[in-house]
Ligand binder design. Structure first.
Ligand code: AGP
Length: 605
């Protein structure tokens, strides 16, 4: 998730582009760059760090009527000046910016290097600049049209050439891109905030659309060149609302971004209808593995709890999960044939980092699962698997959690295939279900209004309990944390079978209990625990699969989930809990995106 911007027109392109990028920094902010047409050539300035670093390096703004710009959220290649966009071809006369992931970049890079192309960065994007150069015979439009079919993945691109300074070429597939329409000027951007205040007339591009943008005209076709009719979208949002994509808070926006985050994190990890992480270079550390430690904090720890059950079940490896602030002070009897997995959205959480270092001090290989390329955890781990959730602005983690869960499944299925602990049929079926998990999440997101009403009903309570067994218990833990951290309600999650050993005493008349019921082999057991709390006057909201509707009819309310495979259920069942917590906070007047006493990344000991 990066921010791209393009301008051609009567004004000086440089301030227009920089202003646009500053409004897109919520999409990525680890490096930035600009390419502009100047005196017959292209001038490229790019810097690691926030946009201001690049602006400082630019110094006095050159004057030009054509330029493209980029603010980055690294996926391939750590944040650095060389990996920042724009990327150019060998001649330096073609430059492009890109948002998305080119899955087959490694193979293309090898091919192009054999053909004599020199690469200056570690990025996936740079292959596209060289691919366009390969096909360039005087028409940038034609060269881009020829290059696109060669790439697999997601992309929104803007390309300029010093030899055709009257146009910008752009194309879109699976990454957002809009065209802003002006008088004697036109704009390109990843999202509406970038052009707000400059124009209110935009075209929202669909997948497979291709644009030739000039100062006083533009053509939109499909990739093959067939014209596409477009309707103008009139923008009425204010800048803040626009950054939130029309949502009231970043948390709600990020909840709705989960299907995209899951698709981007899955991208490139399915081969021959099975999950295959071979390209990530992690196999060597798992060769003789007998034990896995999964250690993290907060929401990431809850993803680890799901990971434990999944890895044990699929890959048949013994797994221990712990919270980092406890694990680091235990006297661990390290098993030399073990691997440490640390999970961290920010990649900067101090306790998690301390555990990583302790494991390495004891000769244990560390795999990091993180959302930030170049973060401390990513730099110090032996191997890294990135979640591609994009920047997570709200303190309460949602989309990062879902993608962390997905990585646990990908790792479980990859190791199961390598170790032969699942049948080919199981591997193919689960891979098939995972490719559609984003659609199931989209389905649950349509229940938002119903869940909002539920929150409205319970907004005044002081205590809420979350119940579940197995994977449902792990998700109940996350549900309780979400509610605690943003709505300030005292929320506790219990393993349903544990109630009678004490917590049942807390259940009183009218106390709400949210019960997760998605595990086929645990429905009856969980229902018997629900009967226990009902008998003491609790009101029970079941978050259950459609085919358990009848089994759960004793519950007071039901939020129905699609009939997802039980082992994959956490990626779907967490969504109603996220939405419920969000609206509880709204109705209780809490500051959803910046809850009191909390920070997005806890880098202090
Ligand atoms: C989750 O909503 C919280 N923001 C918090 O518990 C968070 O998960 C924890 O601090 C770990 O952060 P990390 O994933 O960046 O390491």
């Amino acid at each position: 998730m990066c921010g791209i911007m393009g301008y051609i027109g009567v004004s000086n392109a440089v301030p227009v582009i920089i202003d646009g990028l500053s409004r897109l920094e919520y999409r990525g902010y680890d490096s930035a760059g600009i390419a502009m047409y100047k005196d017959g050539n292209l001038k490229i300035i790019k810097k690691k760090g926030r946009l201001t670093e690049m602006v400082d390096a630019l110094g006095e703004f050159p004057v030009t009527d054509l330029g493209i710009g980029h603010t980055r959220w690294a996926t391939h290649g750590v944040p650095s000046d060389a990996n920042a966009h724009p990327h150019a071809d060998c001649s330096g006369r073609i430059a492009l910016v890109h948002n998305g992931i080119i899955e087959n970049y490694a193979a293309l890079r090898k091919e192009l290097m054999l053909e004599g192309h020199d690469f200056l960065s570690e990025t996936d994007t740079e292959v596209l600049a060289h691919l366009i150069e390969k096909y360039y015979q005087g028409s940038l439009e034609e060269a881009v049209r020829k290059a696109l079919p060669c790439i697999k993945g997601s992309f929104a691109i803007a390309v300029i050439s010093a030899d055709e300074p009257d146009r910008i070429i752009a194309a879109k597939k699976d990454s957002p891109l809009i065209v802003g329409l002006g008088e004697g000027e036109n704009f390109l951007a990843s999202d509406i905030p970038a052009i707000l205040g400059r124009t209110s007339k935009v075209y929202i591009l669909e997948d497979q659309e291709f644009v030739v943008l000039k100062r006083d005209s533009l053509t939109i076709t499909d990739f093959a060149g067939k014209p596409v009719a477009k309707e103008i979208f009139e923008v009425t949002w204010d800048p803040i609302a626009a950054e939130k994509g029309g949502y009231e808070h970043f948390m709600l926006k990020e909840i709705h971004e989960q299907p995209t985050a899951l698709r981007e994190t899955l991208r490139g990890n399915i081969k021959n209808n099975m999950i295959d992480l071979s390209d990530l270079g992690i196999d060597d550390i798992f060769v003789q593995v007998e034990k896995i430690y999964i250690v993290a904090c907060g929401t990431a720890y809850h993803a680890g709890l799901v990971g434990r059950n999944v890895l044990e079940k699929l890959a048949r490896i013994s797994v221990e999960t712990d919270i980092a602030s406890e694990f680091r002070y235990r006297d661990i009897l390290w098993n030399p044939h073990s691997v440490m997995i640390v999970i961290s959205q920010s990649g900067e959480t101090a306790d998690t980092l301390a555990v990583l270092r302790e494991a390495k001090r004891n000769g244990i290989k560390v795999l990091a699962v993180t959302n930030v390329v170049g973060s401390s955890v990513a730099r110090e781990a032996d191997r890294v698997i990135y979640t591609h959730a994009g920047p997570e602005i709200a303190v309460a983690s949602t989309k990062a959690y879902s993608t962390q869960l997905l990585v646990m499944y990908l790792l479980g299925l990859h190791l199961a295939r390598v170790r032969g602990t699942c049948s080919q049929q199981e591997l193919v079926e689960l891979a098939e279900e995972i490719t559609h998990i984003d659609e199931l999440v989209e389905q649950v997101l349509t229940e938002e209004d119903r869940i909002k009403k539920l929150a409205e009903k319970y907004q005044g309570v002081q205590d809420i309990f979350f119940l579940g067994r197995g994977l449902d218990y792990a998700v109940a833990m996350e549900g309780a944390l979400k509610l605690k951290e943003i709505s300030y309600v005292h929320a506790e999650a219990y393993a349903a079978g544990e109630l009678k050993h004490g917590p049942l005493a807390l259940i009183d008349e009218g106390v709400p209990v949210l019960a997760l019921i998605t595990q086929d082999n645990l429905v009856e057991k969980t229902m018997s625990n629900i009967k226990e709390v009902k008998a003491r006057g609790a009101v029970v909201v079941a978050i259950c699969k459609e085919n358990f509707q009848e089994a759960c009819q004793e519950c007071d309310e039901q939020i129905l989930l699609p009939n997802v495979n039980p082992i994959l259920a956490p990626m779907v069942s967490v969504v109603p809990l996220q939405i419920f917590s969000y609206y509880m906070a709204i109705f209780r007047g809490a500051d959803v995106d910046k809850p009191r006493n909390l920070a997005k990344s806890v880098t202090v000991e």
